[in-house]
Ligand binder design. Structure first.
Ligand code: FAD
Ligand code: NAP
Ligand code: SF4
Length: 688
């Protein structure tokens, strides 16, 4: 068979060692770094990815000292005893034929702990702790800690280290005047501000010798006002190369930047052009150091394309390896349609990390749980019926079949996916289609018998005499019981999303949960136009992303397209609408709607819906006394008032003595999301 991805799968010769392909598993903080007890799980996690064929793995960040901790007691590599514990990880990866580098992460002013240090005493907007300004001796101590950490990594069996110099962390904080107000030889002129980065690389290289991979993660586009200029980026790239870096990795955006960089609404490979510019400039200067591109690359096709157009020598993908440990092996075997694609939702990875939970993956609940969530062959084959091919039913049916059971999957609609067929129509959520492609293929592969267009009833199911039934029948919209809601122009979110009912120019949305936000996003974009996530130039204008060679930091004034409709988003609760959205993505949804002048109103009582000035009126009052009312004039009202479980099959089946299991929305509609649906379906199926 011809190599389907000749560039991606080509080896990379680093002189003293060769990587087997151009795929780097980028650093991700999984939480497994932060405690001795997790080392066996961390070893299994990375070993599974090494077995899946990735060229080089970079671990989650380890602090070189206490000052560098991201949070109290964060994973640290500062002693020989700690290095010995890492042997379990490096041995496991090497046993699978893989290579692994340790990331050295010093968080500086981003630290969420009281020992934070920084070039200047300037608090960051994302930590409550104000850092201590380092003395010159203090800076020297930090450099020595980096060097000690790299040496210990080598002792621990790592193939290299990655020095985290981007994303607004410690080293990056020295580079820009936004965070570096020093007047000594570590501040002021750029040669002084970049001294720390260069000293760290130079002294690590001196300490570890020439045959050890040293990746420097360079911030190419800071996405903050006052960020590095392009000549500064190039000067630093040249200096760290001369100081001994083996590979340059791309860093995109500081954590405090108000531009999304990895969310699902960011176009695929949105920043590869910036890496290309760096690579071209370095090649023009005679430097052939390999350059890695990153951010929102989640398929082998996209990765191959960025290599083909000369954007990079290697591609970093991080979350795609949570979604599928076998990404590379499947691509190499010509089975890329079997890859479980990362949909960039952040719901089980980054959102977990920010809530101090172990990272996992919405589409692959085994990620991070390799030693506990085992999909083993079933001790005895049984016949199961799974009713509903939404995320819960799909995960359960395919897992059961993989274990050797016989499975009938019934779906009332003429396609699989349940509510994911609504989600994928929202601008910026197009990636959700990938999960349905993955499950379609997995159904074929595992031999699940799929019955589309079959709304099963209790008697029809009983006649099939299965050993057990899994009800994954999902949810139906909640009836908010508002007087006048049967007026023309009042429609459900399902009709609005599917375009089954016309939507006027002035719209009120009842309910500001995840679906209310998504419907607002759909309606402010003109359905006839391509979503910004599918059009890089449009997306850049929306968020003010500029050419970093022309604009310092790569940011300029945002120029969003005008909203297609005037939308008002309402909720009864007091407080900020969208408070329940994802920890790391909620701000993006709120900012996107703000750009389109969506009015967000909290603390309302819905009194009634009725005619008003020849149009539709939503009559609301505010507060407990319900006196100060107003009427919101609109053409259409969309009900997005939550959902209730759909499980009417449960009672007749149980009454007939059938073993019934409820999963996903059928089990519990409150705070339901696809993460819980897939996790519950997978875990139940792994245990039956
Ligand atoms: P469902 O997806 O509702 O699937 C149930 C299936 O059962 C349906 O296909 C239905 O046709 C079928 N069915 C019902 N009764 C029968 C019967 N008697 N016989 C045969 N078949 C039957 N979640 C997230 O995590 N992240 C998001 O970003 C996100 N965005 C969303 C955006 C929108 C616009 C919507 C609507 C939802 C979104 N969700 C999101 C929610 C997510 O889609 C749901 O939580 C998830 O689909 C629930 O899965 P489920 O399998 O329990 O139910
Ligand atoms: P939801 O998040 O629970 O929101 C329901 C909304 O309806 C709330 O604003 C609620 O606010 C309102 N509401 C509840 N009962 C009402 C009533 N009787 N009358 C009027 N308003 C009422 O549910 P959802 O928006 O339907 O979303 C369903 C699930 O899909 C969610 O749990 C969510 O996790 C998931 N989802 C996630 C995303 C994501 O980006 N992660 C996106 C879409 C959907 P008040 O009670 O204050 O009025
Ligand atoms: Fe990707 Fe979402 Fe899984 Fe994170 S949780 S790895 S973003 S699919």
């Amino acid at each position: 068979m011809a190599n389907p991805y000749p560039r991606l799968l080509a080896p990379l010769d680093l002189g003293f060692t060769t990587l087997k392909n151009r795929v780097l598993m980028g650093s991700m903080h999984t939480g497994l770094e932060d405690g001795r007890k997790h080392f066996p799980a961390m070893a299994a996690f990375y070993a599974e990815r090494a077995r899946g064929g990735v060229g080089l793995i970079v671990t989650g960040g380890f602090a070189p000292n206490i000052e560098g901790w991201a949070k109290p007691f964060a994973g640290t590599l500062a002693t020989p005893a700690a290095a010995r514990r890492h042997r379990e990880v490096t041995d496991a990866v090497h046993a699978e034929g893989g290579k692994i580098a340790l990331q050295i992460l010093h968080t500086g002013r981003y630290a969420y702990q009281p020992f934070a240090v920084a070039p200047s005493r300037i608090q960051s907007p994302i930590s409550p702790f104000t850092p201590r300004e380092l003395s010159e001796r203090g800076i020297e101590r930090q450099i020595r800690a980096f060097v000690r950490c790299a040496k210990l990594a080598r002792d621990a069996g790592y193939d290299g280290v990655e020095v985290m110099g981007s994303e607004g962390y410690f080293i990056n904080q020295f580079l820009v005047t936004h965070t570096n107000h020093r007047q000594d030889r570590w501040g002021g002129a750029y040669a002084n501000r970049m001294r720390l980065a260069v000293e760290i690389v130079r002294r690590i290289r001196e300490a570890v010798g020439t045959d050890f991979i040293l990746i420097y993660r360079l911030s190419l586009i800071d996405l903050i006002p006052g960020g590095s200029s392009w000549p500064e980026v190039i000067e630093l790239a040249q200096a760290v190369t001369a100081a001994g870096a083996t590979i340059l990795n791309s860093g995109i955006g500081w954590h405090e930047a108000r531009v999304p960089t990895i969310a699902t609404s960011v176009p695929r490979a949105a920043f590869a052009g910036v890496t290309k510019r760096l690579r071209d400039d370095l090649r023009s200067a005679g430097l052939g150091i390999p350059v890695i591109t990153s951010n929102r690359i989640n398929t082998p096709e996209t990765a191959e394309q960025v290599l083909a157009n000369g954007s990079a020598d290697m591609v970093s993908m991080a979350r795609p390896f949570l979604a599928d440990a076998d990404f590379v092996a499947k691509a190499a075997a010509g089975r890329s349609d079997e890859i479980n694609t990362c949909i960039a939702c952040n719901q089980a990875c980054l959102d977990h990390t920010f809530k101090n939970q172990l990272a996992s993956c919405l589409v692959n609940p085994r990620a991070g749980h390799e030693t506990t969530l085992l999909i083993r062959a079933a001790p005895a084959k049984r016949r199961f019926a799974v009713v509903g091919a939404g995320p819960a039913g799909l995960a359960a049916a395919t897992t059961l079949a993989e274990r050797g059971h016989e499975v009938d999957l019934y779906e009332a609609a003429d396609q699989i996916g349940g509510q994911f067929n609504l989600a994928r129509r929202i601008p910026g959520k197009e990636e959700f289609s990938e999960t349905l492609r993955y499950f379609s293929r997995r159904i074929e592969r595992t031999g699940v018998k799929l019955h589309l267009g079959q709304r099963v009833s209790g008697p029809s199911l009983l006649a099939e005499r299965h050993d057990a039934v899994l009800l994954a029948t999902g949810v139906t919209p909640r009836d908010p019981k508002i007087a006048g809601q049967d007026s023309p122009g009042v429609i459900s979110y399902i009709d609005a999303i599917l375009g089954r009912q016309p939507v006027g120019l002035r719209v009120a949305l009842i309910g500001a949960g995840g679906i209310g936000f998504d419907v607002a996003e759909l309606l402010v974009h003109d359905g006839a136009h391509v979503s910004p996530s599918q059009d890089l130039a449009a997306w850049q204008r929306e968020w003010g992303v500029a050419d970093p060679t022309l604009h310092r930091g790569g940011v300029t004034r945002a120029a969003p397209a005008p909203a297609a409709r005037q939308v008002t988003l309402l909720q009864r609760k007091a407080g900020k609408p969208g408070a329940g959205l994802g920890k790391t993505t909620g701000w993006i949804h709120r900012a996107a709607l703000k750009m389109k002048n969506v009015q967000m109103v909290s603390g309302v009582n819905y009194e009634r819906i009725g005619a008003h000035d020849g149009a539709l009126g939503l009559f609301v009052t505010h507060g407990e006394r319900r006196t100060d009312g107003e009427v919101i004039a609109c053409d259409t009202i969309v009900l997005c008032a939550g959902q209730v479980p759909q499980r009417e099959l449960q009672q007749p089946l149980e009454a007939a003595g059938v073993e019934v299991h409820l999963i996903g929305g059928a089990h519990e509609a409150g705070e339901l999301d696809a993460k819980r649906a897939i996790d519950q379906g997978t875990r139940l199926a792994a245990a039956l």
